[in-house]
Design a protein around this ligand. Structure first.
Ligand code: ZN
Length: 380
């Protein structure tokens, strides 16, 4: 089956998250792999929401390499789609103008299909190192599936020698992404009649002063060589009940995008020291990012493999991508292997109306993945 056909089949499973319902899609993938000789195990983090770990082990008679396995990973949940806004139904994929349209075509059922098809083409008789495929549920909501796998006491995610996450990159290899730290700041004051503000303590003004302090905050760190500088953006602000009272409460949220060289705990401590003490800080979300060393031989090998599939002749260089992935969670759980984000989807189509993936990129990704698998699994 061509990768575009398999992508089409996977899109037909409506895995909109919420609620997810990834089970049928994941089980379909699991049975394809099981029929081809993979060992398959399912791990449920909620009813109807399993992730799959599939292992292809060298034949018992093979002279084994001591090296660790390679792992390929992708998620099958997709973000919601409002069918009336789409020119084709989002879960009835259509091929037109060399593109496959459907929710998840780019993010990232195309990537998952390319992984599966490459894995099914691998010459198992010559296998010397294991191949591990991790297909997750619940990625679009704080990497629930991957986080669940990483936290299981039986540790189903093994130590691996290399990790590839097939999120949409137009088949360009990226070496990391930022983390995020979402915080809510609550500021308290004392209410009074607005005609006598000196009798109160204005929580909105206190919040405003804090925000101006935060604007100047420089993270006490130099920019990351791959991912640039950490950023901070206030996203919401609330406070006050009516115009003629001194507000006794205000709150605001900020979204901090961190680089892997910044410890989130240290950052929080530093923020508390930097700011006026009179504020409560609540963590809404806390996910660290990751980066890989560009000089690692496997990374260099993937760079040169990918070069001929680029539309421009520009040399591939070490870069990070803007969005968050399972990669950070998986990398930590799998013993910090070199990790690459590389997949056939178009990054700018993720989560969009009329999402598509280019057919040529789907087949190219399958070729690239098979070459990476061959290089890793069939050699000593
Ligand atoms: Zn994704």
């Amino acid at each position: 089956m061509k990768t575009s056909e398999l992508t089409r089949k996977l899109i037909e499973f409506d895995t909109t998250n919420p609620p997810g319902n990834e089970e049928k899609c994941i089980r379909h993938i699991g049975s394809l792999l099981k029929n081809a000789g993979f060992h398959t195990d399912y791990y449920y983090f909620a009813p109807k929401r399993p992730s799959l770990i599939a292992r292809l082990l060298p034949p018992a008679t093979a002279t084994l390499s001591q090296q660790l396995p390679i792992c390929f990973s992708g998620h099958v949940d997709v973000v919601p789609a409002t069918a009336s806004d789409w020119k084709h139904p989002p879960f009835k994929p259509v091929i037109s103008d060399g593109k496959l349209y459907g929710r998840g075509a780019s993010d990232m059922k195309g990537g998952v299909a390319a992984i599966i098809n490459a894995a099914l083409s691998l010459n198992q008789h010559r296998l010397k190192r294991s191949l591990i495929l991790v297909i997750t549920a619940g990625e679009e909501n704080s990497c629930q599936g991957a986080t669940h796998l990483a936290a299981l006491p039986e540790k189903p995610l093994p130590e691996v020698g290399a990790l590839l996450i097939a999120e949409p990159t137009s088949n360009y290899p990226y070496l990391g992404h930022k983390g995020l730290l979402w915080l809510k700041f609550a500021v308290r004051g004392k209410t009074a009649h607005s005609s006598m503000p000196a009798e109160g303590e204005n929580a909105i003004l206190k919040a405003a002063r804090l925000l101006l302090q935060l604007e100047k905050y420089d993270f006490n760190s130099s920019p990351h060589p791959l991912l640039g500088a950490a950023t901070l953006n206030p996203g919401t602000i609330k406070g006050g009940i009516n115009i003629n009272s001194v507000p006794d409460y205000a709150e605001f949220t900020i979204d901090i995008r961190t680089t892997p060289n910044l410890s989130h705990q240290q950052l929080l401590n530093d923020l508390k020291n930097h700011l006026n003490k009179d504020v409560e800080i609540e963590i809404i979300q806390n996910e660290t990012g990751f980066s890989s060393d560009p000089s690692h031989p496997w990374i260099q090998q993937v760079f040169s493999l990918c070069q001929k599939y680029q539309r421009s002749t520009k040399q591939i260089k070490a870069e990070g991508i803007s969005y968050y992935t399972d990669g950070a969670v998986m990398k930590r759980a799998c013993g910090e292997p070199p990790t690459i984000i590389l997949g056939p989807g178009e990054p700018h189509m993720a989560h969009k109306v009329d999402e598509f993936c280019r057919l040529d990129r789907l087949e190219q990704a399958t070729e690239i993945f098979l070459k990476i698998m061959n290089n890793w699994c069939l050699q000593f």
